[in-house]
Design a protein around this ligand. Structure first.
Ligand SMILES: Nc1ncnc2c1ncn2[C@@H]1O[C@H](COP(=O)(O)OP(=O)(O)O)[C@@H](O)[C@H]1O
Ligand SMILES: [Mg+2]
Length: 237
């Protein structure tokens, strides 16, 4: 078997000249699959995502996309290569309309973006209704839909989401996870960080439990959910 479609492999590094946050950390996702990163607060989940997206200088390890070493690419170049990243915070422009937010997502494209925008509206119908409203006026769950929709406007091969369900109700969370499954079924790989570990692992093909910047458990989502040690330490029993 070859490498996974996207892999951050043996990543070690931190912020600026500070101490290392990641220690030989590996996360990966296969084509059209969902991989979920869980772990306690401060474990380095967001840092691992930033490292995969090229926002962190890792001094050891590499990032490969579709077999190509992209470790040296800037985040912009990774977007051009097919990666989209929705960060944990500040992921929409609040004073711009929903439609303008989606258009911003397509800034690198020179072709007709209207078909993709319709696809985003089909996936998140509420955004079609609210397309002229400022994103800042929407509910938390709707704003997350804008953020995911904006990322999809680049027509990515890989969608990276850092806590897409943060601050939303359980019903909205379920709904968002259903939409994420739908996106994966179109062949887009999903790499996401989640605080709602149990529910996220439930939809995950692959799961990573990170602790102190290192891999603690790696398995299928189902196997992690069934693992008594994982349950006791990370899933509340
Ligand atoms: N911009 C930053 N500069 C320096 N240290 C940071 C920065 N962001 C996060 N850290 C540190 O990195 C560690 C991991 O943080 P983070 O990746 O945000 O954890 P998680 O997403 O798992 O909650 C923490 O100790 C945090 O203080
Ligand atoms: Mg985080």
């Amino acid at each position: 078997m070859g490498e996974p479609y996207l892999i951050g492999k043996g990543m070690t590094g931190g912020y600026g000249r500070g101490a290392d946050i990641l220690h030989d950390c590996t996360v990966a996702v296969e084509k059209g699959e969902i991989a979920v990163i869980v772990g306690p607060n401060g474990a380095g989940k967001s840092t691992a995502m930033k490292a995969v997206f090229g926002m962190l200088n890792i001094h050891t390890g590499s990032v490969l996309l579709d077999g190509e070493d992209i470790t040296a690419l800037t985040p912009q170049d990774r977007v051009a290569a097919g990666m989209a990243f929705v960060p944990q915070t500040g992921n929409v422009f609040p004073s711009m309309s929903v439609q303008e937010n989606l258009e911003m997502g397509a800034f690198l494209r020179r072709d007709d973006i209207s078909v993709t925008m319709e696809q985003v509206f089909d996936l998140f119908p509420i955004l079609r209704d609210k397309r002229r409203q400022n994103a800042g006026e929407l509910s938390g769950g709707q704003r997350q839909q804008v953020a995911v929709g904006r990322a999809l406007m680049t027509q990515p091969k890989v969608l990276m989401l850092d806590e897409p369900t943060a601050g939303v109700s359980p019903i909205v969370m379920d709904e968002l996870f259903d939409r994420i499954i739908e996106v994966a079924r179109t062949g887009i790989s999903i790499l996401m960080v989640e605080q709602n570990a149990r529910q996220a692992l439930n939809i995950a093909d692959k799961g990573y439990v990170l602790v102190q910047g290192a891999n603690r458990y790696t398995d299928t989502g189902a196997a992690l959910l069934a693992n008594p040690d994982v349950r006791r330490s990370f899933l509340g029993g």
